[in-house]
Design a protein around this ligand. Structure first.
Ligand code: SF4
Length: 362
């Protein structure tokens, strides 16, 4: 790099848009320079969204863990004949939706495996029944990979599939299945998922139809700093054109019960330094995103608090249930009480506010 780290951070604070090469440099920061990167990100956070820390009162509902993809980084998805495989019937899903309503959630997140037998009608039926049981709640579901699968199985375009999901009651799309948007990495960690170009196309179609989505990054398995920067670059390009992403949700790889780690193809998750830097560099690089979330279910509440001092401004959801993280080895990943969120937030001199899925204040 032609200049010092501190000159670069000063430039970013003065409005310079980071290049991917510069982002790689920042992601590789070591020693106490890490805190300088975090402090610059924290300053940008303060300028952009002030001292408010947000969360959404939501509940995950897992319909099935039977999955066609069997991604190596996932401890949740399994074959239909594997021990622990489940598939909930419509009555059970309805009961779960009613339980969510009793918990006064504003968002229900349908987060499941990609069942090999699913068609578009499976998704629309599911969404309709949740919509009926939980009117007024944002139904947050369907990753681009699920949309690609449902569209293919039902012989319609992915655009048509999104329209039909929206008619059934879809509120916002999950920006999951992104993992790392570099095909050479996808070939190792999720070879049966849609490729980068398909993910990008479907997200753009959704945004163009007025359906907003989250953006995610699953980091800490086998990708390089360059791959992380490329991924952030892809997201920034989309956001420049559509403005449809609500926030970035960084998902730190939970390695314990995964085939990828057992096979020696992945490291044992990101380090604390990498967690801090991913949040901080995301804040500095994604100048067109308002919100950077920290996923307490992936990094724990203590690291979540540090992330809130490193550029993050959102604590995600209450969740009530997260088998995806628990099955991968995450401890205490199910439910975070807003009272505990308040304690974390007050401890760093910030203010907790409840938000909707698209960041309206409740
Ligand atoms: S990450 Fe999603 S698509 Fe991949 S195996 Fe797990 S449940 Fe299936």
């Amino acid at each position: 790099m032609p200049y010092s780290l501190h000159d670069l951070l000063d430039d970013v604070l003065a409005g310079h848009r980071l290049t991917e090469e510069e982002a790689v440099w920042l992601l590789k920061t070591r020693s106490r320079d890490v805190w300088d990167v975090a402090a610059a990100a924290d300053e940008l956070r303060e300028r952009k969204v002030g001292d408010t820390v947000t969360y959404v009162r939501n509940q995950n509902i897992h319909v099935t863990n039977i999955c066609k993809n069997l991604c190596g980084f996932c401890g949740f998805g399994r074959r239909a004949d594997a021990p622990g495989a489940f598939y909930d019937d419509p009555l059970t899903i309805r009961e779960k939706a009613l339980t969510a309503m009793a918990r006064k959630v504003t968002e229900i997140c349908l987060l499941s495996g990609v069942h090999p037998d699913y068609t578009l009608a499976s998704y629309t039926d599911l969404i309709s029944s949740v919509r009926e049981a939980a009117p007024g709640v944002d139904i947050h579901t369907a990753s681009p990979d699920e949309i690609a699968w449902a569209a293919e199985r039902s012989g319609v375009s992915t655009e048509e599939a999104i329209v039909r999901l929206r008619e059934a009651g879809l509120g916002t799309l999950q920006g999951t299945a992104a993992e790392i948007l570099v095909d050479s990495i996808r070939a190792v960690i999720c070879p049966r998922k849609c490729d980068t170009a398909t993910w990008v196309r479907i997200i753009r179609e959704a945004h163009d139809l007025g359906v907003r989505s989250t953006a995610t990054i699953m980091y800490g398995s086998c990708e390089s700093a360059g791959d992380r920067a490329r991924h952030l670059g892809v997201l920034r390009e989309i956001q420049d054109d559509t403005g449809g992403f609500t926030e970035l949700v960084p998902l730190s790889f939970l390695h314990e019960n995964t085939a990828l780690y057992r096979a020696g193809l992945a490291q044992a998750g990101a380090t604390g330094r990498e967690d801090v830097l991913l949040i901080a560099v995301a804040r500095l690089f994604l100048d067109n995103f308002d919100h950077i979330q920290v996923s307490w279910g992936k990094v724990g509440t203590k690291m979540a608090e540090i992330a809130l001092l490193s550029g993050a401004d959102d604590l995600g959801g209450t969740m009530f249930c997260d088998d995806v993280s628990v099955d991968a080895g995450g401890e205490g990943a199910d439910y975070l009480d807003p009272g505990e969120m308040q304690r974390i937030t007050e401890d760093i001199g910030r203010v907790l506010r409840q938000r909707t899925t698209i960041y309206g204040m409740v």
